[in-house]
Unconditional design. Structure first.
Lengths: 416, 289, 291
């Protein structure tokens, strides 16, 4: 209420400022598909109910690649959007350029610090100041299985290790199905490798390689073994995988053509959209060998340093993003887990509840780590240095040894 | 006074725009390539480090090697096919303008549009291969876009399809500009049509060939949208070109210094091809006047 | 007698081969267009059932209507319609200004030469070869400085700038072949630079103007990179909206709507090629890129 009054006062005193600019936000995002757009609309409606106009600036494609170019040119031009959908280290890099707003006032008033997991705060704060409002927490170490095929194969629960998982794919192949639904794009191959790495080398090794960038751990026998495990996975993929979008791979599981897909929990949105029920038509397992660990990534709305006349609307937006109502409504549609751990899991399905419980446990047990594939383990230059080598290996351009060596070389360059 | 310098004054606005927007920006990029710029331009001088790193990166080697392969096939096919189409159309055929429009129309479309269509068409799951299977040719295989060794050639196909019409138009213009008396004389002499083309017409198309080549080389170096839409560099990184490399490093990997270094290398490559052309253009300017 | 007969049979065969090749190539060139067109008038289920080349069983214009006015572009279900307008507002001035500047430049560089005109011409020629990506960051800064960031006017300036190289080249090569005598006579009569330009040169430039307009129109209309980098939420051109429509990252891909949208985006340029295409080759013959 107090905030309304001050912003009302501001509006009354600064008569020269056009009212338009004051009460509108411009939001750059790449959530353009039906389900996602519907989820964003929830936010738009909430803001419009408060009298803030939503100016939509969607830039689709390449999981945000085009959008990141746009941010750069907009910031360079001195005309940044109010807010940009952003991931992990991108936020921190922009913050270190001084391009982001300070949201401390809103964050303190609403007590964000108490409800957002520490690991997530790392990406939402810069120099101790809030610069970004987290929307959700995704995690990448999930397996999504076809209920029908599992039943046919007599699989009732998750296997105990990664080899067991590949064994299910083999049996599915023998039964005439496609073993693994895989989308052949660098980021998807890297996403699978998140899980393979933990299943092979353990969580500590994962941290050493992807977060601490220990050169010896990168070009090591364990890495070669991990890549070979990815190679074993590769053998169980159909021929037509290259270039396939992740959601088309998910569709192969939904239509019971393939046994399972290893993918982040955004895949669940596709199952839900197709009218499937968690635990019956499909199952969600943590990737065998990675139980207990959660490799997360979080979508956030980074708030850019706009003119003072646009700041009140920006604060309104940050507050709406963090409201429990939006966090629940959005994440049910999106398949992810709310970014605050204090909201009720009542409205979520079995997989959503498992995700929320896992997140809480991992947060407390210290096994919540940033996903390398999704840019939450290190800066984008390092992320792509890894995924280049992973995808080159996956497509047969490099052997496992060569790939491990290239990783070490390019990661060193990326750190300069 | 004003009148005396009017030509210079008239040409100034365009010249200034180009000087700033083209040469100024080239200078800026060159400057950035010697700095440690990451997410935004910075001006910390780091010497040749970006170039050293660039040459260490395997992705750059691949991109350059791909550009060579791509250019050779793309240019050769465009030249041969463009000339062939122009010659076919030049045979005083019926409905000439219909055929010409058909060969030319892909140029009117954006790569975003045609790339989508080609991606679809070449996908073995839904495209040509599956259609052939439906017609009962079960062993038909065409999965190049999915194969690391062949994906680049699918880009060649789409690029040729899109731009060969322009080569045709230029050749056609060249053919129409040839002295018809000489042709008549040759025909009267009873020379066979193939001989007429080989001995008399094609040698006269020298200038056209140069124009076509320069435009094609330039197209090849700049090819970007098509790749992003069709393969996005994949499978793996089998279809990376320097243009893709530069965009990736500058805009999505936050390694603007290396991106700028690769841009300078691209510009150098363009210069190698274009400067002889400039020289030749200047020389012939005097001749024509 | 027999020899003559034989000759005409070969001629027949030659003719048949000629038309066969022409038709074969026409078929190959039209194929992707056919695929797009035929799938844009099919219900989605038919596409999913396979049979890319089949004619639809149920013809429907629904995808076209949807792409035009109700498809989701981001959060708003606006279809491509508002962006179509943005593109028009951008293309028309950009083409006009760059063509005019090109004409004036080409004219001065050929008929009012001064010391250093060759350098200027080479500069313009060099501009043709710049890869646009390197311009993004510095251009963004420039637009910001001049207060043009995120406006249609900003896009007009950018497209004009990177069009001048081509337009100058086209006009210069056309005017090089222009008879000098006429010019000299006019100059002797005391006609000035602009007077000669408007009275003599411009009226004789129709073919090259058409070539230039076609070239500029298609390039600017189809541009994606500048549009996406320099536009605001209210100044997006068509290509950016189309990309948003086609590249949605999740959910069912509505291929029929995508193809219809792609077609709608291509209609203006296609029309120009179909109606002005004949002048294109004629204009090129006129020496635009030198024959």
């Amino acid at each position: 209420m107090k905030k309304y009054m001050t912003s009302g006062l501001l509006a009354a005193t600064t008569l020269t400022t056009p009212a338009m600019a004051e009460d509108s936000v411009e939001v750059l995002h790449w959530w353009t598909s039906g389900g996602e757009a519907a989820a964003v609309s929830v936010l738009k409606d909430a803001l419009e109910a408060k009298g803030v106009t939503w100016n939509d600036m969607p830039v689709a494609g390449g999981s945000g690649e085009a959008a990141m170019t746009v941010v750069r040119s907009r910031v360079t031009a001195g005309n940044p959007p109010t807010s940009v959908q952003m991931l992990g280290y991108d936020i921190l890099e922009w913050a270190s350029q001084g391009a982001l707003s300070n949201l401390d006032a809103t964050a303190e008033a609403e007590g964000w610090g108490d409800v957002v997991p520490e690991a997530l705060q790392f990406f939402a704060k810069h120099d101790g100041h809030w610069v970004s409002a987290p929307v959700n927490v995704h995690s990448t170490n999930w397996v999504w299985t076809s209920g029908k095929i599992m039943e046919e194969l007599g699989v009732t629960e998750a296997p105990s290790d990664f080899v067991g998982l590949l064994d299910i794919a083999k049996r599915a192949q023998d039964a005439g199905y496609i073993g693994i639904a895989h989308g052949g794009q660098p980021w998807q191959e890297a996403t699978v490798f998140d899980s393979v790495a933990i299943a092979t080398g353990g969580l500590d090794w994962y941290k050493k390689v992807f977060i601490e960038l220990d050169a010896e751990a990168i070009n090591s026998d364990i890495m070669v073994t991990a890549l070979e495990n990815l190679g074993a996975y590769r053998e169980l993929v159909d021929d037509n995988f290259s270039g396939r979008d992740w959601n088309l791979a998910t569709a192969m599981v939904i239509t019971d053509k393939a046994a399972f897909q290893i993918m982040g929990d955004w895949a669940k949105g596709e199952f839900v959209n197709a009218g499937e029920v968690a635990g019956e038509d499909f199952q969600c397992w943590r990737v065998p060998g990675t139980e207990g660990a959660v490799t997360f990534n979080a979508d956030q709305f980074a708030m850019f340093n706009v003119g003072d006349d646009r700041k009140p609307a920006q604060a309104e937006m940050a507050s709406s993003v963090m409201s429990p109502e939006f966090q629940v409504a959005f994440n049910i549609v999106k398949g992810s887990v709310p970014a605050r751990i204090d909201v009720s899991d009542e409205e979520f399905d079995a997989c959503g509840r498992k995700g929320m419980a896992d997140l809480k446990a991992a947060n407390e047990g210290g096994t919540l780590v940033g996903s390398q594939a999704q840019g939450h383990a290190n800066i984008p230059a390092v992320k792509t240095a890894f995924s280049d080598a992973i995808t080159a290996f996956f497509n047969g351009e490099l052997t496992a040894e060569e790939a491990a060596e290239e990783m070490a070389d390019t990661v060193a360059i990326a750190q300069q | 006074m004003l009148k005396r310098y009017l030509p210079q004054i008239v040409i100034t606005p365009g010249t200034l725009l180009v000087a700033a927007g083209v040469y100024g920006f080239i200078g800026f990029t060159a400057a950035i390539s010697f700095t440690d710029s990451k997410i935004l331009p910075s001006f910390n001088y780091v010497g040749l480090r970006n170039y050293e790193n660039l040459f260490k990166l395997k992705a750059w080697d691949i991109a350059v090697a791909n550009l060579l392969t791509f250019s050779v096939f793309y240019i050769a096919i465009c030249c041969v096919l463009g000339l062939l189409l122009a010659i076919l159309i030049d045979q005083k055929i019926r409905a000439e303008s219909v055929f010409r429009s058909i060969y030319l129309y892909p140029m009117a479309l954006s790569f975003i549009v045609t790339g989508t269509a080609w991606k679809w068409f070449l996908d073995p799951g839904i495209g040509l291969e599956s259609v052939m299977h439906q017609f009962g040719w079960a062993s038909f295989e065409f999965n190049w876009i999915k194969e690391r060794e062949f994906a680049l050639y699918t880009i060649v196909i789409a690029a040729v399809w899109q731009t060969v019409g322009f080569a045709m138009a230029l050749f056609l213009a060249g053919l129409r500009g040839i002295d018809s008396e000489m042709l008549k004389a040759a025909r009267v002499d009873g020379a066979k049509i193939l001989q007429v083309y080989r001995r008399i017409i094609i040698p006269q198309l020298g200038y056209t060939f140069v124009s076509v080549m320069v435009i094609l080389v330039y197209n090849a170096i700049r090819t970007y949208d098509l790749i992003v839409v069709m393969t996005n560099g994949g499978p793996g990184r089998a279809t990376w070109l320097p243009s893709v490399f530069m965009y990736q490093y500058t805009f999505t990997r936050n390694q603007m210094g290396i991106g700028a270094a690769s841009a300078v290398m691209m510009l150098a490559l363009i210069a190698v091809i274009v400067i002889p052309y400039f020289w030749w253009e200047l020389k012939s300017q005097g001749k024509q006047k | 007698m027999t020899r003559r007969k034989k000759f005409s049979t070969t001629a027949m065969i030659q003719k048949a081969a000629l038309y066969f090749s022409l038709l074969l190539f026409a078929f190959l060139f039209l194929m992707p267009m056919y695929v797009m067109l035929v799938n844009s008038v099919k219900p989605l289920e038919e596409i999913q059932a396979g049979g890319m080349m089949n004619l639809p069983w149920n013809w429907t214009l629904e995808p076209w209507l949807k792409a035009w006015s109700t498809a989701q572009i981001g959060v708003e279900p606006t279809g491509l319609r508002p962006y179509f307008w943005n593109s028009i507002l951008m293309v028309v001035p950009a083409v006009t200004v760059s063509t005019l500047l090109g004409a004036v430049n080409g004219y001065v560089l050929t008929h009012w030469t001064f010391r250093g005109h060759k350098i200027i011409f080479l500069m313009m020629l060099g501009a043709v070869f710049i890869p646009y990506q390197i311009a993004l960051i510095p251009m963004a800064r420039m637009l910001g400085v001049f207060g043009l960031a995120g406006t249609i006017l900003g896009l007009v300036v950018v497209h004009t700038l990177y069009g001048i190289g081509f337009t100058t080249l086209f006009f210069r090569n056309y005017y090089v072949a222009f008879p000098d005598d006429l010019m000299k006579a006019a100059k002797v009569d005391g006609a000035g630079l602009f007077r000669i330009f408007f009275r003599i040169i411009l009226p004789a430039s129709t073919p090259i103007i058409i070539v230039t307009v076609i070239w500029q129109f298609t390039n600017i209309w189809n541009d994606f990179l500048f549009g996406v980098s320099f536009a605001d939420f209210d100044s997006f051109p068509m290509t950016v909206a189309l990309n948003n429509l086609v590249n949605s990252s999740t959910g069912v891909k509505e291929y029929n709507v995508h193809f219809a949208g792609a077609f709608i985006a291509a209609v203006p340029t296609l029309l120009i090629y179909i109606f002005a295409g004949r002048y294109f080759v004629r204009g090129l013959m006129g020496g635009s890129v030198k024959g």
